[in-house]
Ligand binder design. Sequence first.
Ligand code: URA
Length: 428
Amino acid sequence: MAAPRAAVELIADKRQGLRLPPEEIRQLVDGYLRDQVSEAQMAAWLMAVCWRGLSKPELQALTLSMAESGSRLQLSRLPGPTVDKHSTGGVGDKVSLVLVPLMAALGCYVPQLSGRALGPTGGTLDKLESIPGVRCDLSSSEIVRVVREAGCVIAAASPELAPADRRLYALRDSTATVHSLPLIASSIVSKKVAEGVQCLLFDVKAGSGALMPDLHSARRLAATLTELASGFQIRSSAMVTAMDQPLGRAVGNALEVQEALDTLSGSGPHDLRELVLAEARELLRLCGQSADPSAALDGGAARERFAAMVRAQGGDPELPLPLGVRLATLKAPRTGFLARLDAGAIGLAAWRLGGGRRAPSDPVDPVAGIMCLSKEGEAVDRGEPLLELWGRPGQDPRSALLALQHAVGVEDSPPQPLPMVLQAPASA
Ligand code: URA
């Protein structure tokens, strides 16, 4: 048998656009984890992938190597299907906080491994951790315990699950190689393989507040994700949803949890509720079921599952959420219809208020955020408050206000309403 080629040869091949056999991809990932492939070499290979892409067998091999770099959750012998959804992230996206307990209330088991915020789109774990006492850094056995007790969990991937993704993601973050379609897809799917879910829905967001700014790249990512997941025997589908304005009205950690709780109580903003119900119906379809999820949302069963999950993760669902103070208000410049509520700018402003972090070790402020008092298409009067900036008493909101300079647009006539679901769920 020929001796394995050196890492530098594999980097050179990818730089020239050649395809690597699956065993060489595995060699690279395993060598990196054992520190036989240096950070510089891995970063060079990742940059070559950004330019040259990966073939389907290469992508499958990279994903498998990352999934097999650690252990898998032991979720066998549960009396219902294991399901999850993954959102590529968006401003005000608190769907998981409602959908995860809703699916548990419908008899599914949901072991959601989620992320923290790095950049303006927020992170589900930061949101959940604004509930006093909640812990999201759980070991694999704790994750399994919470799923068995509450039917669902929202936690960070424990160090044993897909550790290669954890290291590669940090390296990508510091080498401008996050925005590569095959690297995004392998990172996401490797964690879902480690979760061991049977049915999976991808919510790929497109717009100014999303990882994928345009519909075309969002569609490509959606197709890549479902094709990749099907290679691991996961029943999956992907939908593309709009992220040009924030989802719901709240942006920021505790503010979003409050909005999720309202939605779990049968109220909450219309767009959030509709998206949660559309995603729940699709997940039920993937599991071969056809129940109506709205009864579990309106009847309190989903809220009970949420409280059980919070308790099982160390939190107290009865305690009040941390609340900041209103620092500033942005008013309508004229009378008309709100035609633009730029998710990207609002996400940036919430991040500047302290809702997100600059470096992975930074803390986030649970009270920081923005409330959108009006949404696109609504009639507004000159001087009417449109956005409220929330933070700590005495905090200076000027840099956040600067980010919001061009965030809103008011026109004489209402804008053409755009659907929230830009591409209906589709499987590979
Ligand atoms: N989410 C992930 O888990 N990985 C990526 O690379 C991008 C988004």
